[in-house]
Design a protein. Sequence first.
Length: 171
Amino acid sequence: MATELKQRRTARLRVTTNFDASASESIAGEMNAILADVFALYLKTKNFHWHMSGPHFRDYHLLLDDQADELYAMTDPIAERIRKTGGSTLRSIGHIARTQRVLDNDADYVDPLDMLAELREDNLVLAGRLRTVHDMVDELRDIATASLIENWIDETERRTWFLFESSRRVD
């Protein structure tokens, strides 16, 4: 009994879960990709927020700040869910860079409407990826992750909608 207890205390970050190792690995892999995308989209949104210019500066600046806050708020629940299902999470900026699928934008200048369009497309793609992961966790009967993803899809669709409406040209 003492040996078993010592092994549990010194186990390498393995959380006791009802998921088998294969399911934990699948969930962690897909959710870490989502986590990397969310971090990348957060930083891109903040980048555009910091470099916004033009006649709609204040509105766009505040919109992107709100959206960045929403993205950042997703990161901890995603990482904690990965851990709860027996996986391990991203460990560094380098790990994020190797895992992210959202493309960075390092341009010196981006037109404000192009910023909004790029973020709109990134959020649209993220919503699609969230749906794909939802299908996978649904098959694994990971109801808690599926439930969280449903909320994140709604938030992502809202960001997409706001970016679309903010960049529309009304004649």
